[in-house]
Ligand binder design. Sequence first.
Ligand code: NAD
Ligand code: MG
Length: 402
Amino acid sequence: MRHLTLLGATGSIGLSTLDVVARHPDRYRVYALTAQRRMPELATLAARHAAAVVVVPDDPARRRFEQAWNDLSTASPRPEIRVGAAALAETAADPECDTVMAAIVGAAGLPAALAAARSGKRVLLANKEALVAAGSLFMRAVRERGAELLPVDSEHNAIFQCLPHPGGARPGEGAPAGVRRLWLTASGGPFRTWQLDRLADVTPDQACAHPNWSMGRKISVDSATMLNKGLEVIEAHWLFAMPPDAIEVLIHPQSVVHSMVEYADGSVLAQLGEPDMRTPIAYGLAFPERIAAGVSPLELARIGQLDFEAPDLRRFPCLGLSMQALRTGQRACVALNAANEIAVEAFLAGRLKFTAIAQVIERLLSESDFCGGEAPASLDEVLALDHEARRRARGFAGLDQE
Ligand code: NAD
Ligand code: MG
């Protein structure tokens, strides 16, 4: 029996995880659920899954949770309510749980994801921004504390599945032997075929209408700019210890091939499936076993055709900026992620044009303190650098004047 903590339980990944967990009550027990907003939904989930603990951001949220719990008039015992960011990291490291799903969106999820790794748990990592902001710290914690890191991002999960098992190539164990390149596939998002001069005027709803995947709004915008694939290249670099030049991006509009591993002998292994995050989540939960995830079978005869093309960096400047940040170093990666989070939030709020997201990132990456220098050596240094990057990105996005 595994005892789970779900960081970001009310999100798209959190709900998909609970869906898989509910199919296997003999294997999984929910220990803790956390959320930043939507307290009535958190209360409903906590009651349905009999969570022992919930973590909420502040006292007003605690009162909203208590009210929502009373409104449910459930007979279940009310979970213990923990409050604040420190409680979030403590709960990720709580000895009562052995498995943590890290599914908070953004670098805000880093301290809790790192706490889970430092406490040597099985960590299912969806929160790619944590690795982008603190790749070396995170992977060192995994190695030194004996955590079991399992990638949930579909591409990295696919690569993990295509690497040799057992006996090697666990994230954190160094570059897998005999591998020449990793191929990350990308759908190209909703604007893959749009005329370039129309992109300046796209709306948040257009950007969030992903052709194949249903996801949270931030990652949906990242998919539309392909910054998401850039974050994933950086994520793959840390997870699989592969150099930047050995990580390729390939557009594949059907999202059926989730990624590939190319070996020295010319073999290419791919993992295929319906685009449904419950597959990689179930794989991470049950590894090395396989369990039912509620995912429809893949009907290749119905799909008929799979297409591939090279990405166009003029259409997707954020992908090129990500590669630049990876080659430059970890300070640049912190800046890339922070600038993107600020710019995407402003775009979603109707305060920034879609095409300005790349401009804000590019401007921040050209600042001298982000294009060189020592990599941050501690969590505090990462958070301080992230804070400064956000402050400047807000200025470049023109958000200070409003
Ligand atoms: P989402 O927006 O749907 O959910 C985010 C969750 O995090 C919510 O529970 C929210 O309450 C919580 N949260 C938000 N801000 C927080 C903060 N400051 N502190 C604590 N909790 C906070 O996001 P999502 O689509 O589920 O994505 C979660 C993570 O998984 C992201 O890093 C994303 O890149 C990654 N991911 C998602 C998918 C997908 O299909 N949705 C696929 C691959 C990777
Ligand atoms: Mg992905």
